[in-house]
Design a protein around this ligand. Structure first.
Ligand code: UDP
Ligand code: MG
Length: 325
């Protein structure tokens, strides 16, 4: 059987510090797989420049000149990690048999790719890279990451625990992923929806080799909220359930109030009224906010805007095949 063509897809945003260290490592890994006959010789390392403001794109262009296994595409502007990964995968899907997406910063252990390819050879179409421990993370990052996955699960989003975007996906899976048309992406939640045979491989996550993280707490919270509202309507169901409980309590309270009034035992009750009114006001505003989030998201999604726009690429020997965004 012919060896599979592998494309390693790497989103890069302002990574001029780390790319000179990690790019040769990606290439070395690719070459090792080519030499050991695990993948075809025309496999590639594809960098996706996500509209970087530093020297990332010129660096990628330089890499592409030094070795034909390096390729690069440039997004017309910064669109965020998820859209950058998708752009790379959509470019790769018609040219590779299998892809592995991985961050640019060297945090994810390249050796896990060996297990991923072995699982692929066994017939798995998706292989999730899962962190076996978080020793290298700070206490805060560990706790917030745990809260992140718990929150997603409770809210009805099916995600693989401790899996980020280090993942093998076959071109068959990517052809189907292309039919998922949402603009607000949460790939970790979308891949399980595509289905097919999948498995996980475990690896230790290291510290970033250089540069700094693009995911502070605020972005992580935004990613979690986006993940939930893109993939689940459980929050709205919760609101309806809360509304039902509050209505029942309100009904009981009304009966109690009427009975008290008939008995002539009514009291001043200023504090209780203030508490109830502010409590209900808070719940109503919160509920409106959650529903508004969905309405806003629906509005944005109905525009069907492109999820990525590729402004440049490092190869010129084939007609530029712009994948459908
Ligand atoms: N990234 C990107 N676009 C962005 C932000 C990040 O393509 O707007 C890339 C970044 O270059 C890296 C990956 O996404 O390869 C993950 O980002 P980072 O390492 O900063 O996140 P962390 O590992 O801290 O969660
Ligand atoms: Mg990182």
């Amino acid at each position: 059987m012919a060896l599979p063509v592998l494309w390693i897809v790497i989103p890069c945003y302002n990574e001029e510090k780390v790319l000179p260290i990690t790019a040769p490592r990606f290439l070395a890994k690719l070459s090792e797989f080519i030499e050991t006959q695990k993948i075809a010789a025309n496999s590639r390392v594809l960098f996706v420049d996500d509209g970087s403001k530093d020297q990332t794109w010129p660096l990628i262009q330089k890499f592409a000149q030094t070795d034909p296994h390096y390729l690069g595409i440039q997004q017309s502007r910064n669109r965020g990690h998820q859209n950058a990964v998708l752009a790379g995968l959509m470019v790769a899907k018609d040219r590779a048999d299998v892809t592995i997406s991985i961050d640019a910063d060297g945090q994810d252990d390249l050796n896990a790719m060996t297990d991923m390819l072995a699982a692929y050879a066994d017939g798995c179409e998706i292989v999730y890279g899962v962190r076996s421990d978080r020793k290298s993370d700070s206490w805060f990052k560990r706790v917030s990451a745990q809260a992140f996955y718990r929150f997603l699960r409770v809210m009805g989003v099916d995600v693989v625990y401790n899996h980020a975007d280090y993942r093998l996906a076959s071109s068959k899976v990517l052809q189907h992923l292309a039919d998922f048309k949402e603009v607000n992406l949460f790939l970790r939640g979308m891949f399980p929806l595509v289905g097919f045979k999948s498995t996980s491989v475990y690896y230790e996550r290291h510290e970033r080799l250089a540069g700094k993280s693009h995911y502070p707490l605020s972005k992580m919270i935004a990613l979690a909220i986006n993940g939930v509202t893109s993939l689940s309507i459980k929050p709205i169901v919760f609101i309806a359930e809360l509304g039902a409980v509050v209505s029942i309590l309100g009904f009981i309270g009304t009966i109690w109030a009427v009975v008290m009034a008939i008995k002539g035992a009514t009291v001043a009750g200023w504090a209780s009224i203030v508490c109830i009114v502010s409590f209900l006001g808070g719940i109503q505003l919160l509920s409106l906010g959650v529903i508004g989030e969905y309405v806003g998201k629906t509005y944005l999604e109905t525009k069907h805007r492109p999820r990525f726009i590729i402004s440049d690429q490092t190869w010129h020997d084939e007609p530029s095949k712009q994948p459908k965004a």
